[in-house]
Design a protein around this ligand. Structure first.
Ligand SMILES: NC(=O)c1ccc[n+]([C@@H]2O[C@H](COP(=O)([O-])OP(=O)(O)OC[C@H]3O[C@@H](n4cnc5c(N)ncnc54)[C@H](O)[C@@H]3O)[C@@H](O)[C@H]2O)c1
Length: 383
């Protein structure tokens, strides 16, 4: 087995996503399993170069995980010829400029979503990457979750018949920061810092709907800020200028209709923090992050509407659990492995910067739909 070391510049690894999901659960997990076998006698060994703004935080991270390379100088790291991949998990507002530089330096790109703050910038990144001939990928972690993998399996197996509708419910209460600290970074609640639930979540809904059910062809959204004042990490009050809830309807190619509520101002009365109910002519399913339950038409009860009698059916008990039938690893790691195989073994990969731009487009049009109070067509984009 030939061992090939791949140096990956990882920018934003001190953040929530960069550290936990990408560094620890993906790149370091690949090292813990002994590297990534490419199937041609090559063993890929990822060597992260931690990049960020705070020297002491990077040094502490490197020490904690026995890593040798970190830097606060992104330009210097990009100038190193043996750094072949650039990864970005910075705050959204800082992403576009850094990726642009990395493309110019000829690095392969892997990045968190949203890829940019507007469609024009996101498309430009996709075009620049294409012209430069570099490989590129955008995180689409939700479709690698066990619950959604099981849902995909049901779709591929023809379980649903004709799919009629998708009902998504996402969210939880994000504390305001006054009597209990908020559990998400405060920039998410300031539009001027790239925050907002639409720019955060609509890119996810775009690829989930596109990959599982069909391209989104129109969007209608009502977007609001339920909690207008919050307190930041230092306890300082600030105006929440970004939206914290979005109620969206998405028309899909093929005719199905999706309706997804996204909110950071909702209390959970569900089994999981996101759930999708899919109804089809032959059966229905409810999928969350990990679980998926089904009800076939042959086992569908016949409730009769009568408010005078208390309901005796325990409706949740009438669903059947879809078994795992496979080992599900961490979704972020699974996608990293696919991306590295794409770069170093030429494996097919379509979750690229163009797909990322589609997500940014849906967010932009969702906000426009809400501002103008109308349904908006989503034109197909290309390079
Ligand atoms: N795929 C997912 O499920 C998912 C979930 C949450 C967040 N995200 C995305 O990941 C990115 C990071 O989100 P997070 O929740 O980890 O944020 P975070 O605030 O925890 O981390 C942000 C990182 O960016 C760095 N940074 C660079 N420039 C900065 C600036 N000007 N101000 C503040 N920080 C700056 C910070 O040092 C930190 O390392 C966002 O783009 C977000 O949309 C993706």
């Amino acid at each position: 087995m030939t061992r090939k070391t791949v140096r990956i510049a990882m920018n934003g690894v001190t953040g929530r996503m960069g550290y936990r999901q990408h560094l620890v659960r993906s790149i370091l997990a690949i090292r813990e399993q002994g590297g990534l076998e490419l199937g041609d006698g090559t063993l890929l060994w990822p060597e992260p170069v931690l990049v960020g703004r705070r020297e002491h935080a990077l040094a502490a991270l490197a020490r904690r995980h026995g890593l040798d390379h970190w830097s606060t100088d992104v330009d210097a790291v990009l100038a190193e010829p043996d750094v072949e991949v650039y990864f970005d998990a910075q705050v959204t507002a800082a992403r576009e400029e850094s990726i642009r530089k990395a493309i110019a330096a000829g690095k392969h790109i892997y990045t968190e979503k949203p890829t940019a703050t507007g469609l024009e910038g996101a498309l430009e990144l996709a075009r620049l990457a294409h012209e430069k001939g570099i490989r590129n990928g955008v995180v689409q972690d939700k479709i690698f979750l066990p619950g959604l993998l099981k849902l995909k399996r049901l779709i591929d197996g023809g379980f649903f018949g004709r799919i009629l509708s998708v009902r998504g419910e996402f969210g939880y209460w994000v504390f305001e920061g006054d009597w209990q600290p908020a559990q998400r970074p405060s920039w998410n609640y300031r539009a001027e810092d790239g925050g907002g639930i639409v720019v955060d979540m609509f890119p996810h809904w775009d690829y989930v709907l596109h990959e599982l059910f069909g391209r989104v062809v129109s969007v209608q959204a009502l977007v609001t800020t339920h909690i207008p004042r919050r307190r930041d990490e230092d306890g300082k009050p600030y105006d929440a200028t970004a939206d914290d809830a979005a109620y969206g309807i998405f028309e899909l190619e093929g005719g199905a209709i999706a309706q997804i509520n996204s909110s950071w101002a909702v209390r959970v009365h569900r089994d999981e923090l996101v759930e999708f109910q899919v109804d089809g002519t032959e059966g229905s399913a409810v999928a969350g992050l990990r679980r998926c339950r089904v009800q076939h038409r042959s086992a569908t009860p016949k409730p009769v509407w009568n408010p005078d009698i208390p309901a005796t059916d325990v409706f949740r008990d009438q669903w059947q659990e879809v078994p795992d039938n496979a080992e599900f690893g961490n979704g972020f790691k699974a996608q990293w492995e696919l991306f590295l195989r794409h770069v170093y073994a030429g494996a097919p990969y379509h979750w690229d910067l163009l797909a990322g731009a589609r997500g940014v487009q849906l967010a932009e049009l969702g906000l426009k739909s809400s501002a103008e109070g109308r349904r908006i067509d989503v034109p197909e984009i290309s390079l």
